[in-house]
Design a protein around this ligand. Structure first.
Ligand code: CP
Ligand code: NVA
Length: 319
């Protein structure tokens, strides 16, 4: 099946990239394949200008280091250009509608990347845009990050299907949700450990369980970090307070006690586990410095892979 995608490279052209559940297993594996190819070409110093003359508009309603820089550099490396559009500066921030913004931007640019709060806003933008829309993070999903995470796991472990990934911390956030969707699609087992009140979205969990039945992936949600991390190949966490939740910081700090990824907890993972964190991280909260700066951590490979994974998305959707 993957061979079929390699032969027919038009398959994903024009599609939106809103969440991983919109893509088949083969499409995700194909994106990872192209990402590896583009990464190798870039490292060899022979990048190809697949997006020569193309422009990506990037709307940001939240802060970003990695997403902004990797999309902008990715477009440049592919021969195109990216325009940074802060919602503080464009008319969207003064109340212009999402649908009008989508229609206007579609007349100028070849693709739109958006980072915002509500997932529905991205869906609305995609509905009215006539160019592909890429989700650069919403409160519900962070699919470009998880594509980079899958690439990182593949590079370090040589496979995805059959591995066990555990996610410890805020289950009701964008990273947990996209990881559940991504793991289920590629046949990777996933266990999520979160305190009561912070469990993953029920609909996304149920969908991941159903997808897992087809791909051979198991999906487990628990309140017990020890149970989740047992024999894990990949250990993942994320901040306890995501962007937009700052007022709940104290409440969350208390709720997540016992859910820190530290050396004691990681003794229960496989000896050769790798540690992932999308960053930015809070050392001493969701993860200790010993773990994130230690020998199991691959967080900077993961950050680099944002660039390569997104170049695959851009090439296949926009070229
Ligand atoms: N991981 C991630 O999306 O980082 P930024 O918020 O810096 O873009
Ligand atoms: N869950 C985090 C991810 C940051 C990249 C947030 O939404 O703030």
């Amino acid at each position: 099946m993957l061979e079929a995608y390699k032969l027919n490279k038009q398959e994903l052209k024009g599609k939106d990239f809103l969440q991983l559940s919109d893509f088949t297993t083969d499409e995700i594996l194909y994106l990872l394949d192209v990402a590896q190819e583009l990464k190798a070409l870039q490292k060899q110093g022979t990048p190809e200008p697949h997006l020569s003359g193309k422009v990506l508009g990037m709307i940001f309603e939240k802060s970003s280091t990695r997403t902004r820089v990797s999309f902008e550099v990715g477009m440049l490396q592919l021969g195109g250009h990216a325009i940074f559009l802060s919602s503080k500066d464009i008319q969207l921030g003064r109340g212009e509608s999402i649908s009008d913004t989508a229609k206007v931007l579609s007349r100028y640019v070849d693709g739109i990347m958006i980072r915002t709060f509500s997932h529905e806003s991205v869906e609305e933008l995609a509905e009215h845009a006539t160019v592909p829309v890429i989700n650069g993070l919403t409160d519900l999903q962070h699919p470009t990050q998880v594509l980079a995470d899958l690439l990182t796991i593949l590079e370090h472990k040589g496979k995805l299907a059959g591995l066990k990934l555990c996610y410890i911390g805020d289950g009701n956030n964008n990273m947990a949700h996209s990881l559940m969707e991504g793991a289920a699609k590629v046949g990777m087992n996933i266990s999520v450990a979160s305190p009561a009140g912070y469990l993953p979205n029920g609909k996304i969990t149920e969908q991941a369980i159903q997808v897992g039945k087809l791909t051979g992936s198991t999906v487990m949600v628990t309140n017990d970090p020890l149970e989740a991390i047992k024999e894990a190949d990949v250990v993942v966490t994320d901040v306890w307070t995501s962007m937009g939740q700052e007022e709940e910081t104290a409440l969350r700090l208390a709720a997540f006690q016992g859910f820190q990824v530290n050396e004691e907890l990681c003794k229960h993972a496989k000896e050769d586990f790798i540690f992932l964190h999308c960053l930015p991280a809070h050392r001493g909260e969701e993860v200790t410095a010993e773990i994130i700066d230690g020998s199991h951590s691959v967080v900077f490979d993961e950050a680099e892979n944002r660039l390569h994974a997104q170049k695959a998305i851009l090439k296949l959707l926009l070229a």
